[in-house]
Each structure stands twice: as C-alpha cells, then as structure tokens.
Design a protein around this ligand. Structure first.
Ligand code: SF4
Length: 374
C-alpha cells in the first residue's frame, strides 16, 4: 500500500517531506508521525497523528485511523484532500516520477485512473528531496510525459545536474515523437542515460489503434520510433499481452526484426487488472496459462533474431519453464504481492509475483515444488 487518507487541518499548499517516526531533528523537511506535539519542531513540515491525538499547531496536521505504512526516510506528500502518498522509497530500485495524469491515448487496458492534472511542478519539487543513485534507473511515467516536452526537459535537466549519468527510463506512447523537433529537444539533454519504453501491440495498424483507442496511433508511433532511432535514443518496445493480440506475438517479433532493427530490446508484459483493464476485463482478459505456447514461441523468435527480450509481470508457474531465464522480477515493490499458493513455492525469490492492485488474479497460480513440476 502506498496511500492512506485522513482528515487534514491547516493545509495551505502541496506538502512534501521525509517521513520520520522518531522526530530526528537532524532531518530537514520532515513529516513527523507522533502521538503528542514534539518538544523540538524546527524543520517539521507537518504532522501525522493517530485519530484522537490532534494537538494545537499552525502546521498541517493529518489525523488518521489505523497504521502508517511508511518507513523512516520515505519521501511522502500530503494533498489538500488529506491523501498521503509514498512518492519515493530510498530502498526500492523501482522509483518513478509520475509527471502527469493526462494522456492523449485511451488504451483499453490502461491501469491508471483518469484524472486531469499535470504534475511536472510537483516532480520538480520532489527532486529537491530525493537521493539519486546513478546506477539505479529512475522511471518517468504518466499519463503521457511528452505532452509538455519543455517541462519534461526541465525535469531531465534537473536530474542530470543532481546526478550526472543517471539512468532514466521514460514510459511514453511515442506518438508525439512523430515531430522530430520534440525528439531533438529530448536529445538535447546532456549528461543523462535516457531510454524510452514505447508500446507496440500489433503489426497491423487497425489492431494496434483499437487497443490504443485512437485512429492513426500506429502510424504516429512508428514515425516516432524512426525519429528516436535517427537521434540515437535507446528504445525498448513494450507489448502488453491481451485477448486481442496474444496469437500475433510471433508475427510482431517478425515485424520488429524486419522494420525496427535499431530497438535495444523488447518487453512482453502481463496485464495489471486495474483502471480500464478492470472495466474491460471481459473484453481483454486472457490467462497467461492460455497463452503459454504463444509466449514461448514469441520469445524463441526474438532469440532467433538476436533481439533482447524480457518477460514482465508474469508468474513463473504460468510460463513454459524453458523461458524462465527471460522472466524478470518486474513489478514495483509497492505494487507487488504474492498469493496464498506462493507460500510453499520454491521460485518465490525470483518470481515477479502478482499485482496487488489487480482486482483479480489468475486461478491457475500454483506453487512450484520441484524443478520438474512446472
Ligand atoms: S506460486 Fe507464486 S511465487 Fe510461485 S511461481 Fe506462482 S506466482 Fe510465483
């Protein structure tokens, strides 16, 4: 869980700070969890208190019911609605800046709940608070991060200044990169290792456009991919697997090999049943066990073509064991969970598990007890 809600008083504007249960006075900009007003309040941005423990203060104070799920040092924010969100976990390799809620596509399986808020300025503030490790990749996600390319470049430049040579992976639908000037702006940021993750769902334009919910999206994305390739930007193609495209995975591998040989790698991805994917469950859902053969064949095809391929978000018990080495522990730490069956599974340590955020999980998940019974 990365979010809790409570009753807020004295709120003036967006608060961001370091969560601190011990009121360590050496920590600046801290949001302190306490049951009574601390003696020393210098550097405190706001308070979180259990219900019934509110005290007099002119700083923001949030009263909550139940436990706080945050650790000392986590960077959290508090909104005007009293929602506390975990925005940076210093111990996680999966931190991301969520730069906007707004998107120009309407994918049938998008897990994001649609709002209409840009968050670029919040992310610039977040960067003032976080420690960056140039060896761990930072994600940039949305909505569609390229909708305000100037703000995106401002964020990237700030990262480059704070942590030169930082790895940054931008998740984008790639459509706006059909404009070469936008790609040039992205490429103008120096001292950063930037890669982009761009979805391609089918080798047939109409099928891709149906999944994206926008006519012409396939052609725009392809133009974007060629412009990115021309400017030497690292590209990962991302293919979410659903009922509409699982039989075509091998054809798509063929298409990518023939038409996009400059991409660095391909990710084949299981679904997170949240947002639109929950609403459209009956239309799009397919159990990984039911596309086990197609996934195996697609991976084999990428390997034949010497293209790097990873399988994301897919439990090991649902894949052909011959492609286990391609399966990544890919679900962000705060979204990852395991089922009851996982308790006795020998592969738990290396398995991606399941999305905690999915409203439903595969009924075919079963513990792997021995190397053979997969
Ligand atoms: S039982 Fe759980 S841990 Fe084991 S492979 Fe399946 S999902 Fe992964």
């Amino acid at each position: 869980m990365n979010r809790i809600k409570g009753n807020i008083t004295n709120y003036t504007n967006f608060i961001i700070g370091r969560f601190d249960k011990d009121n360590n006075i050496c920590t600046k900009d801290r949001i302190v969890y306490c049951t009574k007003k601390p003696l020393i309040t210098v550097g405190i941005q706001g308070y979180i208190v259990p219900k019934g423990c509110a005290f007099k203060t002119n700083k923001p104070l949030l009263e909550i019911e139940g436990d706080v799920p945050f650790k000392n040092g986590d960077i959290i924010s508090i909104s005007a609605e009293g929602i506390v969100s975990l925005i940076w976990d210093n111990q996680s390799p999966h931190n991301a800046l969520y730069v906007t809620d707004i998107c120009n596509s309407k994918c049938i399986m998008c897990p994001q709940i649609e709002c209409a808020q840009p968050r670029y300025n919040e992310c610039l503030k977040i960067l003032d608070h976080v420690k960056l490790d140039s060896n761990a990749s930072i994600g940039i996600t949305g909505g569609e991060p390229t909708l305000n390319i100037d703000k995106l470049v401002e964020i990237l430049s700030k990262i480059a200044k704070k942590s030169p040579k930082q790895q940054v992976h931008i998740l984008t639908n790639g459509r706006l990169f059909k404009n070469l000037d936008i790609v040039k702006k992205l490429a103008s940021v120096k001292n950063l290792r930037v890669s982009v993750g761009i979805p391609l769902y089918s080798d047939i334009a109409e099928e891709h456009d149906f999944i994206v919910g926008v006519k012409g999206a396939f052609n725009e994305t392809l133009q974007g991919l060629y412009n990115l390739g021309r400017m030497g930007i690292n590209i990962e193609i991302r293919t979410v697997i659903l009922k509409q495209n699982y039989t075509k995975l091998k054809d798509l591998a063929e298409y990518i090999y023939r038409n996009l040989p400059f991409v660095s790698k391909v990710a084949l991805m299981g679904l997170e049943y949240h947002g639109n994917a929950e609403t459209n469950y009956n239309l799009i859902a397919i159990d990984p066990l039911d596309y086990k053969h197609e996934l195996f064949e697609a991976v084999r095809q990428y390997v034949r073509y010497n293209l790097l391929v990873d399988v994301y978000n897919t439990p090991l018990c649902l894949v052909d064991s011959r492609i286990e080495e391609f399966c990544r522990d890919s679900i962000s730490t705060w979204k990852k969970s395991y089922t009851e069956a996982c308790k006795s599974c020998i592969k738990k340590e290396i398995c991606s598990g399941v999305f905690e955020t999915s409203f439903k999980h595969s009924e075919n998940i079963h513990p792997i007890k021995t190397i053979q019974n997969q």
